[in-house]
Design a protein around this ligand. Structure first.
Ligand code: 3HC
Length: 674
């Protein structure tokens, strides 16, 4: 097998090049090649310096994540980076793309670092539930100080070259040819001694800085093993010799990499990438070109959807029925952009650039030129059919016609046109310009290239897309339904809204079912007849307890929107209990978990059984990116695997639920979903 590492002499400089697509991950063959290259330089008297660089799109983007949990082939990354630093001949890292994780650790072990202006630097290990395990927690504080190291290692976000240079991570930034300039740099420093070895630099620690950092980020890091461990490693090893520090780092790494949170986060890393792949598309299918987008409806959803395209530089024609609604909608979009600019995340020119791509209109006929048209009006099958019927006569041939429906049957909508092959669902999540999830609903007649186009468009607007089949609520909302039903039943049987929500928040969800109902609006989907009271929800809606927007819902809210338990809601629940003759019992936390979370897993199993999702990991992606399921639990199906499927089955049976066949089969065979 040929090595991904090649070496060549440029006079007295040894150029070491890695070619391990797609991201030059530091797998065994790369490590072995680098190890040999360092030996080669040491053994050759004609060589005075070494340049390490990468071919392809990026410098080393980290350790090879697929190797985690397996036997690590020699040399390990920690051993390799120490060997690089110990080289008697200067080593220069020449960086383009992203120097991430182990990649940054290799760069920090080199004696000098040079990069192009577009390069990015980061320690994203924390996002995989681990810590930088090849000296990163030791070398970064020595190079950039404790504060920068804490920020980069616990949050995992990359920084640009300018910032890296200011922080001391880089010796040079070059606009010229990277390799040429790196070789020239190598010649300049070839004889300079002593060699700057990062591990020998001192670290000064101000305990107040660490304390303040802990305090500021306490909420963000709640329940997360990795960031807390990283802070502890950096804090307790500062001031100690490097050798002692890396030993502590190693201990922390091993503990985290064997833990449940890391397994879950690594699962999600690969699940997110797998979700974009559609297993049964004919080979050679090509996406259609999308140059212009039309959006029907300038409400909250339509506006948010449009912003995704505008931000990606794609012109949008937005349609409303009335001028005032159109003005209101575009006004909200501008305000949202301006708020982003006020936070420094956009420039005034970018705001104008995005808004300049927006063309408001009152006529559907103006959509004739669009390559993709997304309908985002309210949930009524009749209205949608009417719109799609009209679009059929207006849209140009080959245009993709999409509905943003959250529940309705895409096949029925498609049947209102003579081109069902061009129709699909694009279910965005609110706020649509923020939430990363996009459910792409594949109708019975959706053409392969139309589906592929939707996936490509999703990537362009930075969404994580998951393919769903046609069923009520698709993947996410369909699984939400049994949870909502059970949450309501629990109230009747003796639980309080606060008790149910508390279990969900403790589980790691951003909010519980009743907090969510109050935020979204208790009146959503209500029949609007205050005399017709058939559920607790109807009773609340009839009293205008519509949630946060009314200052009251399942909870009472003060002026600062702080919730408190509502005596009136307790009365309404009691009233209903008596009316329905529901017997009460003491509801435990376990029962809440079993009835509201296990039932979701059960529904997920049915979705898989019916082929409405391609794979269990797609369901996990939906819940993490669409509903705030805690990533460190890996999504509902992965979580169920970790809990043990027999336990889930037993929990469901205890409460008399019908267990999905797939779930039961897997539990009996000792299999898992993922
Ligand atoms: N190991 C193994 N495979 C990796 C990988 C890694 N570190 N990084 C990316 N890949 C794979 C992806 O799974 C994907 O595979 P696929 O084509 O089969 O789906 C392929 O490379 C391309 O990845 P992306 O689709 O993510 O490509 P992008 O161009 O969108 O993004 C990137 C590139 C920014 C480098 C992004 O891939 C990324 O963030 N990678 C992970 C970086 C990371 O977490 N590094 C730290 C690793 S842990 C570590 O270093 C431990 C050390 O401290 C000991």
């Amino acid at each position: 097998m040929t090595s991904p590492i090649t070496t060549r002499r440029e006079g007295d400089v040894l150029v070491v090049l890695s070619n391990n697509p797609p991201v030059n991950a530091l797998g065994a063959a790369v490590r072995q090649g680098l190890d040999k290259a360092i030996d080669e330089a040491a053994a050759d008297d004609g060589i005075k310096a070494v340049v390490i660089a990468c071919e392809g799109q990026t410098f080393f983007a980290g350790a090879d994540i697929t190797e985690f949990g397996k036997m690590m082939a020699e040399p390990s990354l920690p051993v390799l980076v120490d060997k690089i630093e110990a080289s008697e001949k200067p080593v220069i890292a020449a960086i383009h793309g992203t120097a991430l994780g182990g990649g940054l650790e290799v760069a920090l072990a080199a004696h000098y670092r040079i990069a192009v202006p577009s390069a990015k630097f980061g320690l994203p290990e924390v996002k995989l539930g681990i810590l930088p395990g090849a000296g990163g927690t030791q070398r970064l504080p020595r190079v950039a100080g404790v504060e920068v190291a804490l920020e980069m290692a616990t949050k995992g976000d990359p920084i640009p070259a300018t910032k890296a240079k200011d922080a001391g991570l880089l010796d040079r930034v070059t606009d010229g040819d990277l390799l040429t300039d790196a070789i020239a740099f190598a010649r300049e420093v070839a004889d300079a001694r002593p060699l700057p070895r990062t591990s020998e630099a001192p670290v000064t620690l101000d305990p107040a800085v660490v304390e303040a950092f802990r305090k500021t980020n306490a909420r963000r890091f709640r329940g997360l093993d990795a960031p807390n461990e990283i802070i502890e490693v950096i804090e307790t090893t500062a001031g100690k010799p490097y050798a002692e520090g890396v030993q502590r780092e190693r201990m922390g790494f091993m503990k985290l990499v064997m833990g449940k949170q890391s397994a879950a986060l690594r699962h999600i890393f690969f699940a997110e990438r797998k979700a974009s792949k559609i297993d049964d598309l004919p080979e050679g299918t090509q996406p259609r070109e999308i140059k212009r987008v039309g959006v029907i409806g300038a409400g909250t959803m339509g506006g948010g959807i449009s912003m995704n395209f505008l931000s990606a530089g794609i012109p949008v024609m937005i349609v409303e029925m009335q001028q005032d609604a159109l003005d209101r909608g575009t006004g909200v979009m501008r305000k949202n952009y301006e708020a982003t600019a006020a936070k420094g995340r956009m420039t005034a020119e970018q705001v104008e650039g995005a808004m300049g791509l927006l063309k408001p209109t009152l006529s559907l006929d103006d959509l004739a030129d669009c390559d993709l048209i997304i309908e985002a009006v309210y949930e009524s099958m009749d209205v949608k059919k009417d719109i799609f019927g009209k679009l059929d006569t207006i849209a140009k041939p080959g245009a993709i016609l999409a509905s943003n429906t959250s529940y309705l049957n895409i096949d029925e909508i498609a049947a209102a046109t003579n081109r069902p092959q061009d129709v699909l669902g694009l279910h965005f999540f609110s706020p649509a310009n923020v939430m990363k999830l996009l459910e792409v609903v594949r109708g019975a007649k959706t053409a392969p290239d139309a589906l592929m186009t939707a996936m490509a468009v999703a990537k362009k607007i930075k969404k994580v897309a998951v393919v769903a089949g046609v069923c009520h609520g698709f993947i996410g909302n369909r699984m939400l339904m049994p949870r909502q039903v059970e949450a309501m039943n629990l109230l009747l049987e003796g639980a309080t809204p606060e008790q149910v929500d508390r279990v969900h928040v403790a589980f790691g969800m951003p909010m519980g079912p009743f907090q969510m109902a109050d935020l979204a609006g208790v009146d959503i989907g209500w029949h609007r007849d205050p005399t017709r009271i058939e559920s607790i929800r109807d009773a609340l809606a009839a009293e205008e307890r519509w949630g946060q927007k009314k200052g009251k819902g399942f909870y009472d809210y003060d002026e600062k929107r702080q919730p408190s338990n509502s005596p009136r809601v307790a009365e309404i629940i009691e009233d209903f209990r008596q009316k329905t003759g529901t017997p009460q019992h003491e509801v435990t936390e376990d029962e809440i978990t079993e009835r509201t979370l296990y039932t979701m897993v059960n529904e997920g199993a049915r979705i898989l059984e019916e082929g409405m999702a391609q794979r269990a990991s797609d369901i996990d992606v939906v819940w993490i990116y669409g509903y705030g399921f805690p990533p460190y639990k890996g999504g509902p199906m992965f979580w169920a695997d970790q809990e043990g499927l027999p336990k889930i089955v037993a929990g469901l049976e205890k409460h008399g639920f019908e267990v999905a066949k797939l779930l039961r089969d897997k539990a009996e065979k000792g299999e898992k979903f993922n």
